[in-house]
Design a binder for this molecule. Sequence first.
Ligand SMILES: [Cu+2]
Ligand SMILES: [Zn+2]
Length: 193
Amino acid sequence: MTKLAAIMMGVLVAIAAPTAGAVKARRPITVRVSLIDAKGIGKPAGTVSIKETAEGLELDTNLKGLPPGEHGFHLHENGSCAPADKDHMPTAGQAAGGHYDPEGTNAHKGPGGGGHKGDLPRLEVDSNGKSNAKLKVSGLKLADVRGKAFVIHEGGDNYSDTPKPLGGGGARIACGVVPGGSALARAATKPAK
Ligand SMILES: [Cu+2]
Ligand SMILES: [Zn+2]
């Protein structure tokens, strides 16, 4: 190898190394999830860690204290897990608003289905009330989820608005706000008293 070639190699390595490091160094965000009811926020129910990858997000769930079975799981548009009125009744997690739908599709079609971007893969909770899974979600970035809320529903999710709207999961039973987002966005999502 000539001296010049050796110097060039060194330069290439120096340029490539920090770039690769910067992509990998993006640290996961951890969302603390709590059980919720019409009175407010209750016991801790574990965490969801969010990692951004080239394909989208990877959600690492470490949840506990949930009813066994399938549960609808979505990103809702407001960063609040508080109750709010629905049909004049205080309702669990209602302040989280609807499914994240930046394109205004008004359609619940499940993950990657072209409807709500907040439609996530449904959760499987084992007989011990735990859900430990790595869920891959394409089409979402960290910037999309910051300042919004993950909501877990009582029932499952058929990734459709029929026979029941929004996958049929019904009541909201657990919720966690993703840290971050602008102060303005947070103020706008404070539940009405
Ligand atoms: Cu939901
Ligand atoms: Zn949806």
